[in-house]
Design a protein around this ligand. Structure first.
Ligand SMILES: Nc1ncnc2c1ncn2[C@@H]1O[C@H](COP(=O)(O)OP(=O)(O)OP(=O)(O)O)[C@@H](O)[C@H]1O
Length: 240
């Protein structure tokens, strides 16, 4: 697999604060990467630095060989960076369909493709953004990002606040986008175990630095690493 997104000693933050003090990583074509870590370690800041809304302090980030540092968020989106923000940012006074088409770009992902992925959005296509449940809003946020036909999809805590059954549906759709459609994906998540099941590799951050890197399969079976870095405690089977 060839490298699609490469960060080389990226340094970034907000104002005077440097949150990412120098981070190097890469994402291959078609790969799914989980970015994990406790609260406040810089996961969102890493995604924000890729989409271009933090203060760039140095280093490089290249998408398909093209340097993105210094480009506006709009230019980065046009270059192929797709983003599903933690807040979802649905246009509340537009319909589902208007939300999807407002920023769309031509390509494989059109209304029909998004509705095939999320039939619920088709059923709700004439509803306004403010009439949607949390799960529907999240589907809409993912669908809207796909309608930009990105090369890489960044998802910031997509399962936050959703019911377990909706989380399963959403992760299944994300898996499909990645495995069947081949879109490289980075998922920031709190639910480590769930996201490790739908990703190839995982990075764990602490204070803006990668403190652990492993395949998702290896991390899933490494309770010591999960507990040390994330505080995830192994659930023991109840005695018979
Ligand atoms: N807009 C901002 N301005 C200044 N500092 C910020 C801003 N956003 C985040 N920070 C700081 O950057 C650090 C990393 O925050 P970030 O949101 O990236 O962490 P996170 O790992 O995504 O946490 P969480 O899981 O709670 O979302 C924190 O110390 C936070 O206070």
């Amino acid at each position: 697999m060839s490298e699609l997104l490469v960060l080389d000693d990226l340094r970034a933050g907000y104002g005077a604060a440097v949150v990412i003090p120098g981070l190097s990583m890469s994402l291959a074509e078609g790969e799914a990467l989980a970015v994990l870590g406790r609260n406040g370690v810089g996961k969102t800041t890493l995604l924000d630095s890729i989409i271009g809304v933090t203060r760039h302090r140095g280093g490089s980030l290249r998408l398909a060989g093209r340097e993105l540092a210094g480009l506006s968020p709009e230019r980065r989106a046009a270059a192929g960076i797709g983003w599903v923000p933690q807040e979802r940012n649905i246009f509340r006074s537009l319909t589902v369909e208007e939300n999807l088409t407002a920023t769309a770009r031509r390509g494989r992902w059109d209304l029909a493709a998004v509705y095939a992925l999320f039939p619920r959005l088709q059923e709700r296509r004439r509803n306004m953004g403010n009439q949607l449940s949390g799960g529907e809003q999240q589907m809409l946020a993912v669908g809207r990002a796909l309608m930009l036909n990105p090369k890489v999809l960044l998802l910031d805590e997509p399962t936050e606040g959703l019911a377990p059954i909706i989380i399963e549906q959403l992760l299944a759709a994300i898996r499909r986008i990645n495995r069947e459609e081949g879109i490289a994906t980075i998922i920031v998540e709190q639910h480590a175990r769930k996201v490790l099941r739908v990703t190839d590799r995982a990075l764990i951050l602490d204070r803006g630095t990668i403190v652990h890197a492993a395949t998702s399969a290896a991390l899933l079976t490494d309770p010591a690493a999960l507990e040390a870095h994330l505080g995830v405690v192994e659930r023991r089977a109840a005695p018979a």
